[in-house]
Design a protein around this ligand. Structure first.
Ligand SMILES: Cc1cc2nc3c(=O)[nH]c(=O)nc-3n(C[C@H](O)[C@H](O)[C@H](O)COP(=O)(O)OP(=O)(O)OC[C@H]3O[C@@H](n4cnc5c(N)ncnc54)[C@H](O)[C@@H]3O)c2cc1C
Length: 411
């Protein structure tokens, strides 16, 4: 039986482990935290959203981005401080404008495929993750925004997504809780929401039941790919005093699923993965009273103008947004959290916002906005990483793809 070391226990690492275990491959997951899903897969927007598959590589989005750079509470924040990583990423992002249609259609295809796997796995493993299968409603305040969204909708539909325009009366029927004046919306009935952290932990437990190994509190220091094996050098992060000797384990192959750290690991293996950490924020509003619970939406929303997404996670309401280009900085800034709280108060005035937990995470974003799924330059090296703003939506599909490739290589 082939043995594979997976680096990272976020949604991509854990789904990949599951897909490999199903194919009879021996799996060990290395994770520097004490638990799975403690970084970007912790408190994201919760949307399983084929309807959000449009890549951002469009002249209109770039123009918006430039305008937003000068507004303090805009959905985009750009730290202009010189950095080769950031500016090379932006240059490649702009070069990908020519692939806008192709990349959007591929993202829709992956998102639709991922739905099938994820729901099947959750049922098979009895994972409870506050799943809501009520669809996603995109909101537009003005006619101009709504009409512009029609063009994107045509593309999404061409890629096979069932999504249709709705007027304000229909929007009210789909989600009666939302307050505000809207010109119209687009509704995607097949989209869903759920708690990425609960799902990842549930699937990680299933992996262990299937014989998978996990090494938590274990930071991988280096990976060496040799012609006949892969050596993983790691350190136990839980040692009292933080001092311990590095150890080495040997595998047939390695799978990099290390989120925003994938770029530096890939570099040591001779591969260039231009993954930039695009920071985002979320708030989790606790719906403690019956009044709050009734006043919060159950259908997931996407406010296209403000770039805010929401999901109902049982007795919690998650609101997420913001793209911040500021390196590996994970600080939770009050001036980025405030617009999320204000948005909640504006559209759901009867939801109490006295117990709100803020969070920030780094999206592992490639310039094309498509994940890197496949082999590295060296034999025995594989990647399933770089899922950007859609890792929750896409991981189940990319895990299946890469697991199949590994299974073929080692059969
Ligand atoms: C605000 C926000 C909202 C979002 N909303 C949505 C949404 O609504 N829908 C959606 O589909 N996606 C959403 N996303 C994106 C999604 O959350 C990410 O794409 C996804 O979580 C990335 O998963 P990952 O496994 O690649 O990375 P991670 O979850 O970060 O996992 C990588 C893991 O690798 C580990 N690791 C790294 N280096 C090492 C090492 N050397 N040794 C050991 N372990 C290591 C890390 O500790 C980490 O646990 C959102 C993201 C943000 C920030």
């Amino acid at each position: 039986m082939a043995s594979v070391a997976i680096i990272g226990a976020g949604i991509t690492g854990i789904t990949t482990a599951y897909a490999l275990l199903k194919r009879g491959i021996d799996v060990t997951v290395f994770e520097r935290h004490r638990y799975p899903a403690m970084e970007t897969s912790f408190a994201n927007g919760g949307q399983l959203s084929a309807s959000n598959a449009e890549v951002w590589n469009r002249p209109a989005t770039i123009l918006h981005g430039l305008q937003w750079m000068f507004r303090r509470n805009a959905p985009l924040l750009f730290n202009p401080k010189p950095s080769w990583h950031k500016y090379s990423w932006i240059a490649e992002f702009i070069a990908q404008v020519r692939n806008y249609e192709k990349n959007t259609m591929e993202t829709v295809r992956l998102a639709l495929e991922a739905r099938q796997h994820l729901f099947k796995w959750a049922e098979a493993e009895q994972i409870k993750f506050d799943l809501e299968t009520r669809g996603i409603l995109h909101l537009y305040r003005t006619k101009a925004e709504f009409e512009a969204a029609r063009t994107s909708n045509e593309l999404l539909k061409r890629a096979g997504l069932e999504r249709h325009p709705v007027n304000p009366r229909e929007m009210k029927l789909i989600e009666p809780a939302v307050t505000g004046s809207f010109h119209g919306g687009f509704f995607t009935p097949g989209d869903a929401t759920g708690d990425i952290h609960k799902f990842t932990r549930g699937l990680a437990a299933a992996n262990v039941r299937m014989g998978g190994k996990v090494s938590f509190n274990t930071a991988v220091e280096s990976v060496t790919a040799r012609p006949d094996r892969v050596e993983i050098t790691f350190r136990d992060e839980a040692q009292p005093g933080g001092h311990c000797e590095s150890e080495v384990s040997v595998f047939d192959a390695v799978m990099i699923c290390a989120g925003v750290e994938s770029r530096s690991l890939a570099w040591t293996l001779g591969d260039r993965l231009n993954i930039y950490p695009v920071k985002g924020y979320s708030i989790t509003v606790f719906l403690d009273s019956q009044e709050s619970s009734n006043a919060a939406p159950k259908v997931s929303l996407l406010d296209d103008h403000r770039k805010i997404v929401t999901s109902r996670l049982g007795d919690r309401f998650r609101v997420a947004g913001t793209a911040e280009f500021n390196g590996f900085n994970r600080d939770i800034r009050a001036d980025r959290i405030d617009p999320l709280v204000q948005w909640t108060r504006e559209h759901f005035p009867n939801v109490q916002t006295d117990r709100v937990v803020p969070w920030s995470g780094l999206r592992p974003m490639t310039p094309s906005m498509l994940p890197r799924v496949g082999r590295g330059k060296r034999d025995r090296v594989f990647y399933n990483t770089g899922h950007g703003h859609l890792g929750w939506t896409l991981s189940a599909a990319t895990a299946e793809l890469i697991a199949e490739e590994v299974a073929v290589r080692y059969s």
